[in-house]
Design a binder for this molecule. Structure first.
Ligand code: PLP
Length: 404
């Protein structure tokens, strides 16, 4: 029995308007099912109103739909009462919120923040800025050329001085599923606050936040079949309560006088202004869709597609994979001997095959690999064996063209 509906592409209108499209850039963003588009349409058509304000019917309906998604997200990650969910624009905004607000609570001069060389820029740059502001040191867990964390010196990397640890769960370059608990357990035992960038793991596997031993977990809606412009920050309420607000303005206040203001309760203290209402509501439908298929099924299906892709691509002359992590999701970074990644991506694009060429917002990894760019094929639930065959054919044709 197939784990995934056979006609799944039919659920995604983009594949009807672009019947030849082979979309293999899912680590960047994912396609949107009709049911999510319908939900957005329904909001704008039937109850477009601001949330938490109007006591009229459509305002109450909008608030109800918006807040129901919060409950859905909390359940999706199996959060208990010690956590709440804050809606942001995406992983990037979630991390910026944390890197601005959390240091005011936990950092003092001379402390340290730990991240890894495998991070996406959105989990590097905000901490570099925080380190400058607070005069603290940024340390990195090194990576190997296999695309794994080198944890051999972990005891020196995490000490009592380490106050924030912010780590990628699943690599957007290698697909590595990192042994996150090995680090979070030590970090927590030494009193650090732990953040997990789950942008690439939440869409592809079942995540139970309680097993991860973290204080915060962040992800983006558009990488899990949801709309762009919506993300989530799950966080421990005892920390969020004490943290100062990030953005300020309407909705995040309790009282405002000419002299000073007081803050709304959680989670709204961190949701200033009119939020991305339609996008949040759309995210709820993408979660419904993923749950209907089943996160374990999604993981298993992607693994089968990935294994097939590796089997077929490995036979292509000149094909080289970057990294060989032991546990990984369905992302392949590669190069073709003698062909620049951008040239190959362009040739594939002429055959309607969308792969990514570039540094994947992870320049420290490129530095480690001593390349300026790689090609990346990343899969999701709608990719099929036929897609892989087209990719293989495209690469073989390109090789013939370039070696002619
Ligand atoms: N973290 C990881 C691991 C990612 O792969 C990405 C996007 O590719 C991000 C963070 C940033 O996500 P967004 O651009 O949705 O904020």
């Amino acid at each position: 029995m197939s784990l995934i509906p056979k006609d799944i592409k039919k659920h995604f209108p983009i594949f009807q308007s672009n019947p030849d499209l082979i979309f293999l850039d899912n680590a960047s963003t994912t396609q949107t099912p009709q049911l999510v588009i319908d939900k957005l349409n329904d909001y704008y058509t039937n109850y477009n109103a601001n949330v938490h304000r109007g006591i009229y019917q459509i305002g109450e309906k909008a608030t109800y739909e918006y807040e129901s998604v919060r409950q859905k997200v909390i359940k999706f990650l199996n959060c208990d009462d010690s956590f709440t969910a804050i809606f942001t624009q995406g992983t990037t905004e979630s991390i910026n919120l944390l890197s601005n607000s959390l240091p005011q609570l936990v950092l003092k001069e001379g402390d340290e923040i730990l991240i890894s060389e495998m991070e996406h820029h959105s989990n590097i740059v905000p901490w570099q800025l925080a380190c400058k502001r607070f005069n603290v040191k940024l340390k990195y867990i090194p990576i190997t050329t296999e695309g794994e964390w080198d944890l051999s010196n972990l005891n020196q990397l995490i000490t009592k001085k380490t106050k924030i640890v912010s780590l990628i769960h699943q690599s957007n370059v290698f697909g590595t599923i990192n042994p996150i608990q090995k680090v979070t357990n030590i970090a927590k035992s030494l009193g650090a606050t732990v953040i997990i960038d789950a942008a690439q793991s939440v869409p592809h596997s079942k995540i139970d936040i309680k097993t991860l031993n973290c204080d915060f977990l962040v992800f983006s809606g558009h990488k899990m079949l949801g709309p762009t412009g919506v993300g989530v920050l799950i966080g421990k309420t005892n920390l969020l309560d004490k943290m100062p607000p990030y953005m300020s303005g309407g909705d995040m206040i309790n009282t405002v006088s000419m002299e000073e203001s007081t803050w709304n309760e959680l989670p709204w203290k961190f949701e200033a202004g009119t939020p991305n209402i339609a996008q949040v509501i759309g995210l709820g439908s993408s979660i419904d869709y993923l749950l209907k298929i089943g996160m374990d099924n999604i993981y298993r299906y992607e693994k089968s597609i990935f294994d097939l892709a590796i089997e077929k691509l490995s036979k292509v002359e000149g094909f080289k994979i970057f990294g060989n992590p032991k546990v990984k999701g369905s992302v392949i970074s590669f190069e073709l001997d003698g062909v620049h990644p951008h040239d190959l991506a362009q040739i594939l694009d002429e055959k309607n095959i969308a792969v990514r060429a570039g540094h994947h917002c992870a320049q420290p990894i490129m530095e480690k690999l001593k390349v300026s760019a790689t090609l990346r094929a990343s899969f999701y639930i709608y990719n099929t064996e036929k897609d892989i065959d087209q990719l293989v054919r495209g690469i073989v044709d390109a090789r013939e063209f370039f070696t002619f």
